[in-house]
Design a protein around this ligand. Sequence first.
Ligand code: NAI
Length: 264
Amino acid sequence: MTTTAPAQRRVAVTGAASGIGRAVAALLKDQGDDVIGVDLKDADVCADLGTPAGRQEAVRAVLERSGGVLDAVIACAGISAQVPATIAVNYFGVTEILQGLRPALARADAPRAAFVGSIVGTKTGADDVVGACLAGDEPAALAAAAALAQAGAGRALYPASKAALARWVRRTAVSDAWAGAGIPLNAVGPGVVLTPMHAAVAVTEEQRRIVAQAVPMPLNGPAEPEVVARALRWLTGVENTHVTGQVLYVDGGAEAVLRGPDHV
Ligand code: NAI
């Protein structure tokens, strides 16, 4: 177990062109880290994390640019559309990237990994989609997602992508490949964060009211992306030696309200 590391850490950040990913990339750059940003465009590595080929290309390019050693990987790229691509980007675009870059993490002195889940990952439902995700079967997950979308239940897909991630992190973090290799693996679960993604779904006063009702945040209300970025920085920093397999809700109390006082 290593708690000290060179001042400059090499960190890959997906979704680095906007919102939470952009905020965490900026925080890390400000403290002198070498950040390799990955996104569809406006990034060091431009790749589509919604396809197997795009993920392979992202992993290849990050390994090339990093020299095969990474101190941390932070996966923030995501979409919230009511289409199967949300499963491809949010679930497989996170898990496959983390697994693809894991060997580079294992070569570092104090490796850490984290990704962005969501408060909506506490919702249940879309069991077929979640099950196929956890089985690592992307074609089956996308077929189940397409069936849901066709049945008019596309709004279940974004929560399903995050619910699957919340379960994936618990089983994966404690495995030999991660905990056994000394790599903490965690998620943050934001409530409402004031990013372009949120702006796109909360255009009108009525839409903002619906979001606020669905995600009650008694502590300080909707958060700036830097709030979530600071939690990601800590989870992937050298100080985090024993937190793993967790979803850290950065949500102004929404998880406690929604799951209630007796959930443990
Ligand atoms: P954003 O839209 O500002 O940023 C998302 C980034 O991901 C963009 O730069 C986008 O280009 C990139 N991206 C999307 N699809 C991609 C693909 N196929 N390949 C590569 N990059 C891709 O959104 P935001 O809010 O910063 O979201 C970041 C994460 O936070 C997402 O996983 C989202 O689900 C999660 N989240 C956001 C919340 C919010 O209220 N904004 C609440 C809870 C979770």
